[in-house]
Design a protein around this ligand. Structure first.
Ligand code: SF4
Length: 332
């Protein structure tokens, strides 16, 4: 009860907090699964992620590739390499390409000119493929230019709805600025994705309740919810990881609050436990992301520690399709 006395908690937050920490969560899991079935059917969207640059100007304290991490081998994929990887993913059956990077002005400076060229070239290869960007905070005009180049969706997780905690963990930014970006993205007609980490040091179940209500307030079309995983080279080394159970509970609640949203089982949940990742599909999730980043770069996109296998774009997709079919879902 301690966390309830330290700060103001609304009735709605209290209701969610109590549900999230209750002993028997199974009725909420069942309700989330029913809503998922009603709104999204049995299809699960498999998205391909290309991590095209690990250069980043920001210093998020939990991140293994933040600008202070001197041991990181920095890379940028060339436009040709990004396009070649995207083509391989499209040819393997992926219908969404997610282009993800640190905040790297080489791609997003100058109105996002460089990145816009890449978006256009993917659309020229297959105009029906959706392009999702996840490249951080940008000026309104840059978001607009990228949208005009053909980008369909933008992912920018708010990470925590607690403004004080946000600023502790993100010395380069404020929650207010983050929300400005998310509102710009929404206003420009992108399908808008936010999301957050469960179990961040300094957060609790009230924070998670606030995070969930913020997703609702932003009217997110997508929401990525994953556990915090401590990176050994950051100042949060040794901190306790978030829990798989709280992550699944938060995903289920997100399904209740945002019935039509696309909710991925996040890669970070799979890092904690591949079995829990599969179970999240019965808690309201309907999307899975797969890295297709070439092997020569993949291990350097080291946001949090993960056991990475060699990439074989076709085989990896087939394995996910088989896993989904085994649990009675339809891979798309
Ligand atoms: S979390 Fe993203 S923005 Fe923050 S330091 Fe890492 S790559 Fe950069």
């Amino acid at each position: 009860m301690d966390c309830m006395t330290k700060r103001e908690v609304t009735e709605k937050e209290r209701e969610i907090w109590e549900a999230l920490t209750g002993d028997d969560f199974s009725p909420i899991y069942e309700e989330a699964d029913r809503i998922r079935q009603r709104e999204k059917g049995d299809e699960v969207f498999i998205r391909a992620i290309i991590e095209f640059s690990n250069c980043c100007r920001r210093r998020c304290r939990y991140c293994g590739i933040n600008a202070d991490q001197r041991q990181v081998r920095r890379y940028r994929m060339s436009s040709g390499e990004i396009l070649e990887t995207a083509k391989q993913a499209i040819d393997a059956g992926y219908r969404t390409i997610v282009l993800q990077s640190g905040e790297d002005e080489r791609f997003t400076g100058n109105g996002g000119e460089e990145l816009a060229k890449t978006v256009r070239s993917i659309k020229e290869y297959d105009e029906d493929v959706a392009v999702t960007l996840s490249c951080g905070e940008l000026p309104y005009d840059t978001y607009r230019n990228l949208r005009e180049a053909g980008a369909d969706r933008y992912l920018l997780r708010h990470e925590t709805a607690d403004a004080e905690l946000y600023e502790k963990l993100h010395p380069c930014g404020t929650l207010e600025e983050r929300l400005r970006c998310l509102r710009d993205i929404k206003a420009l007609g992108y399908e808008t994705g936010s999301g957050f980490m469960t179990g961040l040091p300094g957060a609790d179940a009230v924070t998670t309740a606030k995070d969930l209500l913020l997703l609702k307030e932003l009217e997110c079309d997508m929401a990525g919810i994953g556990p915090f995983i401590a990176h050994p080279d950051t100042e949060l080394a040794g901190a306790e990881n978030g829990s798989a159970e709280m992550t699944k509970r938060a995903v289920a609640f997100a399904r209740l609050l945002l019935p039509e949203a696309n909710l991925p089982v996040t890669t970070a949940l799979g890092v904690l436990s591949p079995r829990e990742r599969e179970k999240a599909f019965s808690c309201g999730a309907n999307v899975i992301m797969k890295k297709v980043t070439p092997d020569r770069y993949k291990k350097d996109y080291d946001i949090y520690p993960a056991d990475l296998q060699r990439t074989d774009i076709k085989r990896d997709r087939r394995k996910i399709e088989e896993m989904l079919e085994e649990i009675g879902r339809i891979p798309v």
